[in-house]
Structure formats: C-alpha cells, structure tokens
Design a protein around this ligand. Structure first.
Ligand code: PHE
Length: 336
C-alpha cells in the first residue's frame, strides 16, 4: 500500500493542466466520493497496526497535495468566472439587479436642472446651524412669534445651535460672503419637530432660491415662478396669494391650477383645482442689511419649495412616509 501511495504522489506532482475541466476531473479522481483517497481510507483497516501511523500520514499528505495542486493550477488560470465553470458558457448569466435613483433625488435633480438653465448657481451650507443664520439674520429675532411657524430642534446644551428648519440659512451665508448680483439656489435637507404623518415628516428636502441685484422687482419673481412651473409641471396658470414670511415683504404663496380632470385631481386639490406649491416674496430690506448688502441700492426676491411635496404631486404618492422607509418595492418603481 505504501508503494501504491507513493506512485500516486509521484503522478500528482507531475500533473499539470490549464483547463478547468481537466482540473476538476483530477480533483474528483482523488478526492471525489468514490475517489482514490476514500478508497485508500477504506483499505486502511487492513494495514498492520505497526504501519498505521505512517500510512495514515501518507494518505493525508496525498490528500493535501491534491488540494494544493488543484488550488495552484486554478489560480494560474485566473479568477475569470467563465473559466471556473465547466458548464455551458453560452448560458445566460444571472441577472444583476440594477439600482435606481431615489424619487427625491430625481425631483431634486430636475429642479436643479431647471434653475441651472437660467443661470442659478448651487450653494451649500451646514445642516447644524446657528441661531443667526437660521433665524435672527432672517428678521426673526429671539422670541419673535413667527419662530413658531417652524418647530425647531434645538441642541439641548446650547440653544444657539439647532438643526436648520429651512435652507434660507444658506442664502444668508452666501449673501454674507458675496456681493450682488446674486443668483443661487440651495437644495438640502431640513428638519422640523413635527409629528410624522402621511402629510408631514420631521426631515424633508427643500430647494430655496434667491436673486439680488439692482432693480429686481416682483415682476421678475413672477416671471421666474412661471418659468419654473411650466418646466416642472407643464402648467402656467398661477395664483399668487398674499402670505407672510418674516424675511420677505411682500410675501406670497403660489398656487398652480392643477385641473379637475380625474377623481384624484379632486382629492388632491380638495375639489378646487388649485394646489399650493411654493412660498416666495421680495427679500425684506432688513435681511439684506443684516447680510451687509445695501438695501438702498439692491433688491431681491426669494422662494422656497419642498421636494417631497413636488414628488408627491408628480408621482401621485399619497404618503410622505414612503420616501423614508426605503422599501425596495417602492423604490424599484422609479427605474428610468
Ligand atoms: N423659508 C420658507 C420655508 O421654509 C420658504 C420661503 C423661502 C418663503 C423664501 C419665502 C421666501 O417655509
């Protein structure tokens, strides 16, 4: 038996192949269920006790040698999957699921595209803000009742630090560091301490924009809003409703005429056909002053819209929570 094992060892050492099929055959011949190694082990009981140890070691050596030889040769062939399998390589491969952009990203990109096309630059800022940039500079001094419009997450140990409630804070930062003409949009995440429901969430996304230059008027604002609603929704019937924001004067909320063509239009617009899509107004001179811009010389307009709201309208999504659950069955529907 020792001789037999030695012969095997010799031929294993000599074995060579660069074909995966041949390698597999080689391995099966020795290590397969009915292979040589098992056969040797089954004959092991006939080995005299005095030789058992030596023969046992030899069989194990043989086993290891086959495995090492197999691994080495396979490595040489490379890790190419096609080579690894001796199966029919013309078979179709396993499908790989491709991902998709999140609907919020899709809509955000679209809004950015629309405004970029008419010359707006992008501006970014921190989500953890200070009181000045989120409130005070925007004409919302401490204890101003209008602060209640935006339920705020404050940092407990330092009430001067908070999670930004709108990206207007980015506009303040930008105005502090740049002089007119200013033409920016600031997309980003914002936070409000609201109960989560189908209509509201404590984290959502905004795109706010600001234009500051000489002789900017409400007419410019209206024109820009019209351009946006046409590009985004294909709709141009608008309504500017007087509203209040501390940082704009006058302020307005914009409704678009959505129409009443289907049952869902009725539900969406509560039977009126109109839908509110954004807030806007002329930048309050006090805000310009706070950002070291001369309100005698410059004027500006600003607007802000919620991405979730627009995505819900465009995709007819009834519940804002769906955006945050990351359910693959939901996300898969936005493959382009
Ligand atoms: N900052 C406002 C909000 O978050 C939106 C807004 C921006 C309104 C600019 C007017 C002008 O609700």
């Amino acid at each position: 038996m020792k001789k037999e094992i030695q012969n095997h060892l010799d031929s294993i050492k000599k074995f060579n192949s660069d074909k995966v099929d041949k390698l597999d055959d080689f391995k099966i011949k020795y290590l397969g269920r009915k292979g040589i190694v098992n056969d040797l082990f089954s004959k092991f009981k006939e080995v005299p006790d005095t030789q058992k140890k030596e023969v046992g070691l030899k069989i194990n050596e043989l086993k290891d040698l086959v495995q090492n030889k197999y691994d080495d040769l396979l490595n040489k062939i490379g890790s190419n999957q096609d080579n690894l399998s001796s199966e029919d390589i013309s078979k179709p491969g396993f499908p790989i699921k491709s991902g998709s952009l999140h609907p919020i990203t899709i809509i955000k990109n679209k809004v950015i595209d629309i405004f970029s096309q008419v010359g707006f630059d992008l501006s970014d800022g921190p989500e953890i803000e200070d009181d000045w940039h989120n409130f005070t500079a925007l004409n919302l001094p401490k204890d101003h009742p209008a602060r209640d419009m935006q339920d705020t997450f404050f940092i407990q140990t330092n009430p001067d630090i908070l999670l930004r409630t709108h990206t207007s804070s980015v506009q303040v930062r930008y105005m502090e560091n740049n002089s007119p003409p200013i033409n920016i949009i600031s997309p980003g995440r914002v936070y409000r301490n609201e109960a989560i429901s189908a209509r509201s969430h404590c984290l959502f996304h905004q795109v706010e924009g600001i234009v500051v230059d000489e002789n900017i008027s409400f007419a410019d604002l209206k024109q820009m809003v019209l351009y946006f609603t046409k590009a985004m929704f294909g709709k141009s019937k608008l309504r500017f409703r007087p509203s209040f924001f501390p940082f704009t004067e006058p302020s307005a909320e914009v409704d678009i005429y959505w129409g009443l063509e289907s049952e869902s239009d009725y539900r969406l617009t509560k039977g009126t056909g109109w839908l509110e899509i954004m807030g806007c107004g002329m930048v309050d001179p006090k805000v310009l002053e706070n950002c070291n811009i001369d309100p005698e010389k410059y004027s500006g307009y600003a607007f802000g819209l919620g991405i979730e709201r627009i995505a819900m309208l465009i995709y007819e999504i009834p519940d804002i929570r769906l955006f945050f659950e990351n359910d693959i069955r939901f996300l898969e529907q936005f493959k382009s």
